[in-house]
Design a protein around this ligand. Structure first.
Ligand code: SF4
Length: 458
């Protein structure tokens, strides 16, 4: 029996990377819990989560229509892309028409989803990530391993080495302040040279016709101050009715993501040329890429995600393996729901992901948008099963089903179960059973007492 890809990834993962991921995830979960308990005690947090869920469950089509009219009224050109290829072409053509070459990026998982950087670089453009975490992974040609903390798997030492290797720092120095200063100096040059800034958006305000960017490093403002053209790529599910509803999300996002009261910078971009230095033209590309199909499916709730990362921080599987194990842009509980859905007819390539879950339910408890993640994970498992997709490590349960549904067999097995106490299970070293017993011991079986108890007391 082959290992599941995530199992295999976990077995081969460098212990120091594993340690870094676990420490960062546990830290974020503890910070989220502490700040929500402090600021929204009792059932206030739950109330806020219900509000977020209800707002996101509103009239998305109506809000989108309203958003397009408001954005265009504010001078923003609105475009639609049905998939990643179309979005890449639209963005590339805008840049090419302006004979531009230097692109600065504000962290955006949607652009990761369509693999924009490589596409533009292959066309000869200089594309630089300006978020520190994104820059750290970009120079090593890696993908993010977390949606909020893309470099969660890298230690200070790794980053210091990497900065020397890529001429961002002159000599090895793993002091976090010095690393940040080196990156800052490197990025300043890029801001001055930038022709185009590419961003995502945390929210699109339908009534006001603005996008909202939540960042912590000020890189969004530097990027927009330098470039003449701004292109925002946004999944259409990011549209919310107005700035009034935004308050609910701003109160939840940073607290759930990093345990902060709010992100250090919240930019409202309501069109080009609003100040002397801001870009003179702005495009907003709404991306579908499978979202319409998800919206029409029984898993539509996943589109309520606000990309806080709390579910992955809390997930016992993610804490051991990190995001790269999921082989997709979105990892953790969010990813094992969303990534197979976005894969469309390539579901088989990610069909093992819904199995990378112990169904402990912790992700559903921490999700600020109150998305029923465990239910959606089960729906994906069901989908895989119904499409008869073979998943490595699929266990055939028919013997257990026969045993559990045939009373005489079950009673005989229970009567004999105590014999298992004398089996030398720890001697099994190979195969799936060997892997299982390597880290687990079976409790002593006393056998049959519950039935006797239930007869007397039930
Ligand atoms: S599914 Fe919920 S917890 Fe996970 S990233 Fe999205 S909003 Fe955050």
């Amino acid at each position: 029996m082959a290992l599941q890809p995530i199992d295999h990834f976990c077995e081969t993962l460098d212990p120091h990377v594993k340690k870094a991921i676990t420490a960062a995830s546990v830290g974020s979960t503890n910070a989220q819990k502490a700040i929500l308990e402090r600021d929204y005690p009792g059932d206030k947090t739950d109330h806020l989560r219900s509000l977020a869920n209800a707002i996101k469950g509103g009239d998305l089509a109506g809000n989108l229509e309203k958003a397009v009219a408001s954005l265009e009224r504010n001078g923003i050109t609105v475009l639609f892309a049905k998939d990643g290829a179309e979005a890449r072409d639209i963005i590339y053509n805008i840049i090419k028409e302006r004979e531009a070459k230097n692109v600065v990026k504000i962290k955006s998982m949607t652009t990761e989803e369509i693999e924009l950087n490589h596409f533009l670089q292959e066309k000869g453009m200089d594309v630089v990530e300006t978020d520190l975490g994104e820059l750290i992974i970009q120079i090593e040609n890696e993908k993010p391993s977390h949606i909020v903390k893309p470099a969660i798997h890298r230690t200070r030492g790794d980053i210091a080495e990497s900065f020397v290797k890529h001429n961002i720092a002159e000599k090895y120095d793993d002091n976090p302040n010095h690393l940040t200063l080196a990156a800052r100096k490197y990025l300043r040059e890029k801001y001055f040279a930038a022709d185009v800034v590419v961003s995502g958006a945390n929210y699109v305000l339908a009534e006001e016709g603005a996008i909202v960017l939540c960042t912590n490093e000020g890189n969004s403002r530097f990027s927009m101050a330098g470039a003449k053209t701004h292109i925002a790529l946004v999944g259409f599910e990011k549209v919310i009715p107005s700035a009034k509803e935004l308050a609910v999300f701003l109160n939840l996002l940073a607290r759930s993501a990093t345990g902060q009261t709010s992100t250090a910078y919240t930019d409202f971009v309501a069109g080009p040329g609003k100040s002397k230095n801001s870009p003179k033209e702005m495009f907003l590309v709404f991306l579908d890429n499978g979202r319409s199909d998800i919206l029409a499916s029984e898993s539509a709730e996943i589109l309520k995600c606000i990309r806080c990362g709390a579910c992955m921080n809390r997930c016992p599987v993610f804490r051991l393996v990190g995001g790269h194990a999921y082989r997709a842009t979105y990892p953790g509980p969010l990813g094992i729901v969303l990534s197979p859905l976005l894969a469309g007819d390539k579901l088989a390539t990610l069909a093992d992901l819904p199995k990378a879950c112990s169904l402990c339910g912790a992700c559903g408890e921490v999700c600020p948008a109150k998305i029923p993640l465990p239910d959606l994970i089960l729906k994906n498992r069901d989908k895989v099963k119904k499409q008869h997709i073979h998943v490595p490590n699929d266990i055939n349960f028919w013997p257990f089903k026969l045993l559990a549904t045939t009373p005489w067999m079950w009673k005989s097995a229970m009567a004999m179960s105590k014999a298992a106490n004398f089996l030398p299970l720890s001697w099994i070293k190979f195969g799936p059973a060997g892997r299982w017993f390597k880290s687990r011991t079976i409790p002593r079986i006393n056998g049959g007492n519950f039935r006797n108890w239930f007869k007397k007391n039930g």
